[in-house]
Design a protein. Structure first.
Length: 64
């Protein structure tokens, strides 16, 4: 659904980086690893929150 605001494991705020991460990786010029390094997300638990997220708002919205 929506990207979580905080990391489930450590509690660090990661939701504020989602739009920039999505935009920069969608363009294809940068790998997710480089983008996360530039955004300052270093912990593996926080990195997986953004890398593994699948935006499903458009899929679920017709059923609400």
């Amino acid at each position: 659904m929506m990207v979580p605001v905080r990391c489930f494991t450590c509690g660090k705020v990661v939701g504020e980086h989602w739009e920039e991460f999505k935009q920069r990786t969608r363009e294809g010029d940068e790998s997710p690893e480089v983008v996360l390094d530039n955004l300052g997300i270093e912990r593996p638990c926080c990195r997986r929150m953004l890398v593994s997220h699948k935006d499903l708002v458009d899929v679920v919205s017709p059923y609400q």
